[in-house]
Design a protein around this ligand. Structure first.
Ligand SMILES: *Cc1c(COP(=O)(O)O)cnc(C)c1O
Length: 230
């Protein structure tokens, strides 16, 4: 068994090798893992964490604010978000990576506390056109961005995707390349995007080779998730 610190060091090495010196942010996806595991990652120098569930994630944010007040952490909400949970995200997270509904964006905009800066947002794209998946269709992106950019407490920073789970490496590479193209098209249209979130434990190196600027890595850092215990 390797330790969390060793896993982080290993992932960072792989990121370095795949990125050719380009800067790629590592988000440690800590969903279902206890605060002790996150604290271990913090001691190893990790500062950015991803959570999927509003209540679980907010409780962790509170824990670190209380027990580690001098360490500045960056929390990203990366899971599907229901309207009745938006306040928790608006009050605890610096980023939401899974934005894909205007109603959710409007609620986050209204509920963002005045003392916090605008929440950074990535729009999730349903890039493989999966029926079961959240995220918006690439064809709907342009209208969605136009609407969200009117909301002052939401700062659009880029795009996120989760490719089909059963895709092989070649398919994933094509998917990531399509995302990169959409991302660059948005920038050409004038959106000040700097973040393309793609790549997880199984495919982050391929994603980086295709232009990812942020990888979301869970099990390669914290080990296998046990959902029954969470
Ligand atoms: C759980 C999750 C991850 C991390 O997945 P791993 O395969 O454990 O690296 C990344 N992104 C999202 C949106 C997730 O829900």
């Amino acid at each position: 068994m390797t330790t969390i610190a060793e896993n982080i060091a290993g992932v960072r090495q792989h990121i370095q090798a795949a990125s050719n010196g380009r800067e790629v942010k590592l988000l440690a996806v800590s969903k279902t893992f206890p605060v002790e595991s996150i604290a271990e990652a913090v001691r190893a120098g990790q500062r950015c964490f991803g959570e999927n569930y509003a209540q679980e994630g907010s409780a962790k944010v509170e824990f670190f604010k209380e027990h580690y007040p001098d360490i500045e952490l960056e929390w990203h909400f990366i899971g599907p978000l229901q309207a009745n949970k938006t306040r928790l995200v608006a009050e605890h997270f610096q980023w939401i990576e899974s934005l894909s509904r205007l109603k959710i964006a409007q609620r986050l905009n209204e509920q963002r506390p005045a003392h916090m800066s605008a929440i950074n947002a990535l729009v999730e794209i349903n890039i493989d056109d999966e029926e079961s998946k959240s995220g918006i269709a690439p064809e709907a992106l342009s209208d969605f961005l136009a609407s969200v950019s009117l909301l002052p407490n939401i700062q659009l920073r880029g795009l996120m995707c989760i490719p089909k789970a059963d895709a092989d490496e070649t398919e994933k590479r094509q998917t990531f390349a399509r995302m990169k193209k959409i991302f660059e098209d948005c920038r050409t249209k004038g959106y000040a995007f700097d973040t393309l979130s793609m790549g997880m434990s199984a495919d982050y190196e391929v994603a980086i080779e295709e232009g990812s600027t942020l990888v979301r890595v869970g099990s390669a850092i914290f080990g296998a998730r046990n959902y029954s215990k969470s």
